[in-house]
Design a protein around this ligand. Structure first.
Ligand SMILES: [Zn+2]
Length: 412
């Protein structure tokens, strides 16, 4: 059978799995997999269910659990299963088992852990983030198995823990302890983010830098400002002075939207409780998303200089602390085989031109990129992850399973 005939048959078969996709979502939603960092029981129950399911399909499933005494059993699961292909080179789909807590239950129209079906919508905690990735990849594999079709490359399914709270017990652990699993010749797809029209393939991210700026002056009565040193006025001038960052770090990269580095003052801690007191202490935060071209040391040095110089003009002392610092790993080449395979598959299934793009930072794919492994983050989303009444669309599950199947069958 020619590859395009194979794809047509697999594609038709996936259409028949609609009910199965709904019931798989129902099973996954009912197994609470909130990590212990967020007060949950961990991913054990969900992993056991999926391991049984895949084993029942005839696949061998390995677990590379990360020790974690906070959960029952003392381990966080990381499952890996293979569907052998015509060639030993792999195409990986990595999804995550954990979900975030439901948040305020009053904002939900139904129980977050009981799947609701409303037309095309499958509603429940985790349906989009990241059951969408799990269901689409598993169903694509099942279609090949049921039809007895051998994929071109060996398909690797990775189902990892701890994506929502840093990946220390998930992908980061797997890459550190089982580096032999992944190769730079593999295609790696992470279905965990994307756009509603299926065209966003994420290949790069900006570095993240969060800074806390504390201004220390002298509190006094507002009627006699000469007795004090007003930190709120100084903070306002410091924020304006920091606009200079946009002029100094002005490189643009069209992969990103927006294409330039961003420097946003965000949170402002409360200062005095009454109107007639001049504040002597103010704290605000700066959220910087920096293009990979710049080092974060360069940025930190300039923020400190600009802010201190300005604060000094008001007789105010300034302290700067780093709250978070995440250096962007090297971008995935926009012309790499994984991107090309996805672009071709999305064109065939959705009839749209997808394009590789960068985002503001902080995806699990960064762990692959740090190891120089070519990874593309892609799926079709409804942008409801982490929200109350989270949902995914069944039609997108079918479509994305087809895209993944197309990649599995592609000659290259
Ligand atoms: Zn996710």
């Amino acid at each position: 059978m020619k590859p395009h005939e194979q794809f047509s048959r697999v594609s038709e078969r996936l259409e028949e799995y609609r009910e199965e996709m709904v019931s798989l979502q129902r099973e996954l939603v009912s197994r609470v997999a909130v990590g212990p960092d967020q007060g949950g029981p961990g991913e054990g129950e969900k992993a056991l269910f999926l391991k049984d399911l895949l084993t029942g399909w005839g696949l061998t499933v390995d677990d590379y659990p990360a020790p974690d005494p906070r959960v029952a059993g003392g381990e966080r699961p990381n499952l890996v299963a293979f569907l052998p292909g015509a060639r030993p080179e792999k195409v990986w789909v990595l999804s995550h088992l954990d979900v975030v807590p439901p948040g305020d239950l009053k904002l939900w129209d139904s129980d977050p852990y009981t799947l609701q079906v409303a037309g095309d919508r499958l509603i429940g905690r985790g349906t989009e983030d990241d059951h969408h990735g799990i269901v689409a990849s598993l169903m694509a594999v099942k279609a090949l198995l049921d039809l007895g079709v051998t994929p071109s490359r060996t398909v690797g399914l990775a189902l990892v823990s701890d994506e929502e709270t840093g990946s220390g017990k998930g992908l980061d652990f797997l890459l550190k302890t089982q580096p032999h699993l992944f190769s730079s010749r593999d295609l790696i797809i992470v279905p965990d983010a994307g756009s509603p029209d299926s065209t966003l393939i994420e290949v790069a991210e900006k570095s993240i830098l969060w800074l806390r700026l504390t201004l220390l002056g002298q509190q006094c009565h507002a009627s006699r400002p000469q007795m004090g040193r007003n930190t709120l006025r100084a903070a306002a001038h410091v924020i304006v002075a920091l606009e200079e960052l946009h002029r100094e770090f002005d490189l643009k990269n069209p992969l990103f939207d927006p294409p330039e580095s961003t420097f946003e003052p965000t949170q402002k801690e409360a200062n005095v409780e009454n109107i007639n007191t001049i504040p002597g202490r103010d704290v605000f935060y700066l959220d910087c998303r920096v293009l990979p071209d710049y080092s974060l040391e360069q940025v930190m040095a300039r923020v400190a200089e600009l802010a201190r110089e300005t604060a000094r003009q008001f007789g105010v002392e300034l302290n700067m602390e780093v709250v978070q610092e995440l250096r962007s790993p090297p971008a995935t080449d926009p012309d790499s085989p994984v991107v090309k395979a996805l672009v071709a598959a999305i064109r065939r299934v959705y009839g749209r031109e997808a394009r590789p793009q960068g985002i503001g930072g902080g995806t699990v794919a960064a762990f692959f990129r740090q190891q120089h492994l070519p990874v593309a983050v892609w799926m079709t989303v409804s942008h409801t992850a982490h929200q109350p009444n989270e949902f995914c669309l069944l039609s997108n599950l079918v479509g994305d399973a087809r895209v993944l199947a197309h990649v599995f069958l592609a000659e290259e």
